[in-house]
Design a protein around this ligand. Structure first.
Ligand code: BGC
Length: 409
């Protein structure tokens, strides 16, 4: 009996100590949160300390009011993310990167991402996918057909005989819900209905852009589904490291950490083979200019792609601490390193750019004046059973991360 009374008293004493500890913890956290809120130039997440540099040339950033309208009954806007000397702007129309401003070797702010200075041109016909999140299946699906669990699905064929970047109205043309999490981060969400563009299952997808310290842009992807589906999400940013609209990217120096690539047929669908890059124009294991082999008309793959438009099998095996690619702007000295959890990288050299669009700063999107480094699964994976699977099942949580890290040389 006495033992029971002592146990009850001890339990009460422990509860009181726990409550006291909780109160101390709560008060400390509150004081910390208030302190952070009072200082508008500082945020507190480990990776994303925001120190805005007053020397940034804000005239390069498009005006948010040019992005504020209603499309498909939903509000569009421009979200500006800052950290140190780096600024990124993102619109929720297509979850697109509109600009990426980083310093060049002389410290001059340089906008390295191709984009428009208003939302309206993004909505026009003939999507170039500037800066967009493409999906539900980025890249091509042969003849717009695939079979999943014995059922055949048919997609729109919007690229010759094939389906490209999610079909007629893929994720690049949807208005996403946006939540600016901090000065340096925005989360975009979209619910793609069961059967949208022919794909099965309701897909709940989130993309978070974060400008981390040291001039890094981190893109986190997350998704769930209520029925088995296929998924290949990527960002389609067109980069010119000398500054968007500043001329060709032919003299950029490229390194891709890939010993193999997936050769394609004349419609850019992989043949299913993995081929060595050795002694081919696809050997970027050591840095090479794009110009070195981009016009090698003796190479059938270069002919099919009209230059570089190919998927590389990354040696990184999904390890985001190992460099997947590095590109250096010859004039600016701006270096972009790519890190990713994805198995592949589509290196597209702007072969279909034709100067027909007026981009920011009144420039033109001329031939080969930008390149894309689209981290993703291999094209046409749903029909290629020797490629890593792109199936997402109910109950699974899809997650992937890509980092574009900028510096100068
Ligand atoms: C494709 C190109 C295409 C470009 C723009 C790239 O991902 O590989 O073939 O022209 O996107 O749509």
């Amino acid at each position: 009996m006495l033992q029971n009374v002592i146990t009850v008293l001890n339990t009460h004493a422990n509860c009181l100590t726990n409550m006291k500890n909780f109160l101390i913890y709560f008060i400390t956290i509150s004081i910390f949160a208030i302190a952070c809120n009072n200082n508008s130039t500082m945020h507190n997440t480990a990776d994303t300390t925001v120190k805005t540099d007053s020397s940034i040339d804000t005239s390069l950033i498009p005006l948010p009011k040019n992005f504020q309208t209603t499309i498909d009954g939903k509000q569009t806007n421009l979200y500006i993310l800052k950290n140190g000397k780096m600024q990124v702007s993102v619109t929720n129309y297509g979850a697109r990167i509109v600009s990426i401003i980083v310093p060049d070797k002389n410290g001059n702010p340089t906008d390295v991402a191709v984009g428009y200075d208003a939302v309206e041109p993004y909505t026009k016909g003939g999507d170039t996918y500037f800066g967009a999140i493409v999906g539900r299946y980025g890249n091509r699906i042969a003849k717009g057909k695939f079979t999943l669990n014995s059922k055949q699905y048919t997609l729109a064929t919007n690229n010759g005989p094939n389906s490209l970047h999610g079909g007629t109205k893929g994720f690049s043309r949807k208005v996403w819900d946006a939540q600016q999490i901090s000065d340096s981060s925005v989360m975009l969400s979209y619910i793609s209905g069961d059967g949208e563009e022919g794909y099965p299952g309701t897909l709940n997808v989130q993309v978070t852009y974060t400008v981390a310290s040291n001039n890094k842009l981190k893109i986190d992807y997350a998704a769930t589904t209520d029925k088995p589906t296929v998924l290949n999400l990527t960002n389609h940013c067109y980069f010119n490291l000398n500054g968007q609209g500043s001329g060709t990217i032919n003299k950029h120096l490229v390194m891709i950490n890939a010993d193999k690539y997936t050769p394609v047929d004349s419609t850019l669908i992989p043949t299913g083979k993995f081929e060595s890059v050795k002694a081919t124009p696809f050997d970027f294991t050591k840095p090479s200019t794009i110009a070195a082999h981009v016009n090698d008309s003796t190479n059938q793959q270069i002919k099919f792609g009209k230059g570089y438009d190919h998927n590389f099998v990354l040696n990184t095996k999904g390890d985001p601490s190992v460099k997947a690619a590095e590109v250096i702007g010859d004039a600016s000295g701006i270096v972009m390193n790519v890190y990713t959890t994805q198995p592949g990288l589509q290196f597209y050299g702007g072969n279909f750019m034709d100067g027909s669009h007026t981009i920011k700063q009144n420039k033109k999107d001329n031939y080969r004046t930008a390149f894309c480094m689209e981290t993703q699964h291999y094209p046409d994976s749903p029909n290629q059973h020797n490629f890593p699977s792109t199936e997402l099942k109910p109950g699974q949580q899809f997650a992937s991360t890509t980092i574009y890290a900028f510096s100068v040389k």
